[in-house]
Write a protein that binds this ligand. Structure first.
Ligand code: IPM
Ligand code: MG
Length: 361
């Protein structure tokens, strides 16, 4: 039997509640599709830091490199210095494991979930390929004369040819791969701000060079401000978007709202062929923590993405179809904390659907 080594980081706030539902679904898939997972839990979080003053040690990052995947809930605690634990755990994973792709599907599972008038599920089904290890997240910068009237703060956006090219190449490969089971032709849209931030022209040039290798893929370009406009006005134009780290962060929150809310959006932080990390894109939502009201669907779909990555395609599809069915049928009426269903009830519904409606998969 295939066995996967999976690190689990429940994290802060609603993270543990959501992860519990994801693991419930994962265990069901293990039974149905006959694979095994060796789950190793890690305590790193804001809460753990407050108790122990411990962030993620280097040797643990090394240990993670030996796993097949890491499943993360959410990180962020209101009593900890802003971003400290997020940088240690989330960026520690992304940079430490060189997870250079952040894959964020934007898909509407039921028309009533989408806040844009007259947009149907078939209109909103695209993927954002967010470069995940460079750009304005490079942690290069700092303060001079901090707290004085002469204070200076700098931050450097880093775009390496290698980093840009591997993100763009991944986007083209993905577009080609997806086109196989879709009616529409593959398209990759480059999103940047190379008019105002001229060094981002490295994206323009690299995109042109890589696209020449994929004559079957249509190409398009949008500045990031215009991309926000088109995502609302004509989301059906997009197939695969490739973009720099910060822009990808921003437009995928917008994308989550197109899908019906932060509660449903999932992501994969990938280094193809190596240990990769899967998480819902929402944060720790401290105000909902411990109340059993958070929507676990983003966390559950992150499990689906993880299984797809691990090669358990049938299990991955089964989960996505079960979620899609529950949303489309209205049995789960919304993907926020006010659906009238608890976190555990939603997890149970997904589980039951997977158990009783195998025809769906
Ligand atoms: C995300 C989050 C993170 C990011 C934060 C928590 C560091 O917003 O995964 O989108 O900015 O990438
Ligand atoms: Mg974000």
């Amino acid at each position: 039997m295939k066995t996967y080594a999976i690190g689990v980081i429940p994290g802060d706030g609603i993270g543990p509640e959501v992860v519990n539902q994801g693991l419930k679904v994962l265990r069901e898939m293990m039974t149905q599709f006959e694979f095994d997972c060796n789950l190793v839990e890690y305590p790193y979080s804001g809460e753990y830091y407050l108790k122990t003053k411990e962030l993620v040690p280097e040797h643990v990052i090394d240990e993670w490199r030996g796993l097949h995947a890491v499943y993360l809930g959410a990180i962020g605690h209101p009593d900890v210095e802003v971003g400290l634990v997020e940088r240690s755990v989330i960026l520690g994973l992304r940079f430490g494991l060189d997870l250079y792709i952040n894959l964020r599907p934007i898909k509407v599972y039921a028309e009533h979930l989408c806040p844009i008038k007259d947009k149907k599920p078939e209109d909103i089904d695209f993927v954002v390929v967010r470069e995940n290890t460079e750009g304005l997240y490079s942690q290069i910068g700092g303060h001079l004369k901090r707290g004085t009237p002469d204070e200076v703060a700098t931050v450097t956006g880093v775009y390496t040819r290698k980093g840009v090219e591997r993100a763009i190449r991944y986007a083209f490969e993905l577009a080609v791969q997806q086109a196989a089971d879709r009616a529409r032709p593959p398209q990759v849209t480059l999103v940047d701000k190379a008019n105002a931030i001229r060094p981002q022209e490295i994206w323009t040039r690299t995109f042109a060079e890589v696209s020449a290798e994929y004559p079957q893929v249509k190409t398009d370009h949008a500045y990031v401000d215009a991309c926000c406009m088109w995502m609302i006005k004509n989301p059906e134009w997009f197939d695969v978007i490739v973009t720099a780290n910060l822009f990808g962060d921003i437009i995928t929150d917008l994308g989550a709202m197109l899908q019906g809310g932060m509660g449903i959006a999932a992501s994969g932080n990938l280094h193809p062929g190596k240990t990769s990390m899967f998480e819902p894109i929402h944060g720790s939502a401290p105000k909902y923590a411990g109340k059993n009201v958070a929507c676990p669907l983003g966390g559950i779909l992150a499990v689906s993405m993880m299984l797809d990555y691990l090669g358990e395609k049938q299990a991955s599809t089964a989960i996505e179809q079960a979620v899609g069915y529950l949303l489309a049928s209205g049995r789960i009426p919304s993907t926020d904390a006010h659906s009238g269903l608890s976190t555990t009830e939603i997890g149970d519904m997904v589980l039951q659907t997977l158990q009783t409606q195998p025809a769906l998969s």
